[in-house]
Design a protein around this ligand. Structure first.
Ligand SMILES: Cc1cc2nc3c(=O)[nH]c(=O)nc-3n(C[C@H](O)[C@H](O)[C@H](O)COP(=O)(O)O)c2cc1C
Length: 370
C-alpha cells in the first residue's frame, strides 16, 4: 500500500511509535558498496528525539542494526534490512487519546479509514516512522557522494515569522553551508543571529504549551544533467511527493516558487551562457530543473511545516462517539518540528535523486545504438 517508495532504489518502512521497533528494507542497492552502521548512525543521531532542549524529550538512542544484505563489510545487492528498537515508549500518556481525537493530528482520519488505530504515540502516523527513511537515505547519500560527488544540504530558513536573510542563489551557489555550520545550533539555521531568535521563539511557545512551524530550504550541488522522467515523474514532481509524504508538511516550492508569479518572463527567464566549456544558466530561478529534468545548476526547493498539532493547551474536540469534549495534549512533543525534519528532508532528497540516477542510467546510458 503506501509504505514503499522508489522504483529502482526502493524502500519499505515499517513500525509504530510505541510498538516493538521501527525499520526499513532497502532493495536495489548496488553490490560492492562498503557499508556499516557507522555510515548510517550519524544521520540518525541528527533526527533522534531528545537531542536538545527544543525537541521532544523522549529519550531514544535510535541505535541502528543492519541485519541483512551485507557480507564482509560490503553490500551484496540483496535486500538490506535495518531495525531500530523503541526503548522509551510511554503509552500511558496517550490513554485519553484513545477516545478523543487530537485536532489536526491523524487520529480521526486513521480511525475513519481503517476502523482501528494504534493511539499510543500516534502509532504509524508518528514521525518516528521517518527514522527508517533516514537510515535508507544515508545509504543513498553515500552512493551519490561516491559516484557523482553530489552534496545535499538542508537547513532551517524560517521559524514562525522569523526568517534568515535570503540567500543570493547567483553569488552563493557555490557556498553550501557545511553540516558543522548547520548543526552549530539546535535549530539548524546556519545564520547564528537568526538562529538565536528562532530558539527563543520556540522556547517561548514551549513554555506556554503552544507550538510553531517553519520552513526548510534544501540545496543540492553537483547534480548531473538529465535526472527526472517527464511527464509524470518530472524531478520536481517526485521531490514534491517525497517531501509532502513527510508528516506535518503543508507546502513545497521549487526555484522561484510562488514568488516567481510576481515577475515578468523577461525578469524570470534564466539566460543560457557557456561557462568553463559547459552550458550553464546565468540566473537560477528554475531551481535546477527545466522540463522536469535536472539542468546541472543548483537544485533548490523549500518545504513548509505546520505548527505541531499536539499542544499542551486545552482545546475543544470530540470523542470517538461524536460528543463535544476538551483535550490537553500529554506525552512528549516537539514544540517545533523543523529542526529534526532537516535530516529527514535530506534523506528523502537523496532517495529521490539516487532512484532517478539509476533510472537515467538504465534508460539512457546502459545501451548505445550509434
Ligand atoms: C520531525 C517531526 C517531528 C514531529 N513531532 C511531532 C510531535 O511531537 N507531536 C505531534 O503532534 N506531531 C508531530 N509531528 C507531526 C505529526 O506526525 C503529524 O502532524 C501527524 O502525523 C498528522 O499528519 P499531518 O500533520 O501531515 O496531517 C512531527 C513531524 C515531524 C516531521
Amino acid at each position: 500500500m503506501g509504505n514503499s517508495f522508489g522504483k529502482l532504489f526502493t524502500i519499505s518502512t515499517w513500525g509504530e511509535s510505541h510498538g516493538g521497533g521501527i525499520g526499513v528494507v532497502v532493495d536495489g542497492c548496488p553490490p560492492g558498496l562498503p557499508l556499516s552502521e557507522y555510515d548510517i548512525q550519524p544521520d540518525l543521531d541528527r533526527r533522534r528525539p531528545g537531542q536538545s532542549d527544543i525537541t521532544t524529550q523522549r529519550k531514544e538512542s535510535d541505535t541502528i542494526s543492519i541485519i541483512s544484505g551485507i557480507f564482509e563489510g560490503k553490500t551484496l545487492g540483496t535486500p538490506i534490512a535495518m531495525t531500530i528498537p523503541n526503548r522509551d515508549a510511554r503509552p500511558e500518556a496517550y490513554a485519553e487519546m484513545k477516545d478523543k481525537y487530537r485536532p489536526s493530528h491523524a487520529d480521526f482520519t486513521y480511525q475513519a479509514k481503517y476502523g482501528i488505530r494504534d493511539h499510543e504515540g500516534g502509532g504509524r502516523s508518528s514521525a518516528r516512522e521517518t527514522a527508517g527513511r533516514v537510515a535508507a537515505g544515508a545509504i543513498a547519500r553515500k552512493i551519490l557522494a561516491l559516484a557523482a560527488n553530489v552534496e545535499i544540504a538542508a537547513y532551517v530558513e524560517q521559524v514562525h515569522d522569523i526568517s534568515m536573510p535570503p540567500i543570493d542563489t547567483d553569488t552563493e551557489a557555490d557556498n553550501l553551508p557545511t553540516r558543522e555550520q548547520i548543526d552549530a545550533n539546535s535549530v539548524r539555521c546556519p545564520h547564528p543571529t537568526t538562529a538565536e531568535k528562532m530558539i527563543t521563539r520556540i522556547k517561548k511557545m514551549q513554555a506556554i504549551g503552544d507550538s510553531v512551524g517553519g520552513q526548510i530550504l534544501c540545496r543540492v550541488r553537483n547534480l548531473p544533467v538529465g535526472l527526472g522522467e517527464p511527464v509524470f515523474d518530472r524531478l520536481e514532481a517526485d521531490l514534491a511527493k517525497a517531501m509532502l509524504s513527510l508528516p506535518a508538511t503543508k507546502g513545497f516550492e521549487i526555484g522561484s516558487g510562488f514568488a516567481g508569479t510576481l515577475q515578468t518572463g523577461s525578469q524570470h527567464n534564466d539566460p543560457f551562457e557557456t561557462r568553463d566549456g559547459k552550458i550553464r544558466t546565468r540566473t537560477n530561478n528554475s531551481g535546477g530543473v527545466q522540463g522536469g529534468i535536472s539542468n546541472g545548476e543548483e537544485l533548490y526547493f523549500r518545504i513548509a511545516f505546520k505548527p505541531t498539532a499536539t499542544i499542551l493547551t486545552k482545546q475543544k474536540t470530540i470523542t470517538t462517539e461524536g460528543d463535544e469534549t476538551e483535550l490537553i495534549g500529554r506525552g512528549r512533543h516537539d514544540p517545533c518540528v523543523v529542526p529534526r525534519a532537516v535530516p529527514i528532508v535530506e534523506a528523502m532528497t537523496a532517495l529521490v535523486l539516487l532512484d532517478h540516477h539509476l533510472r537515467h542510467q538504465a534508460q539512457n546510458k546502459a545501451f548505445r545504438f550509434d
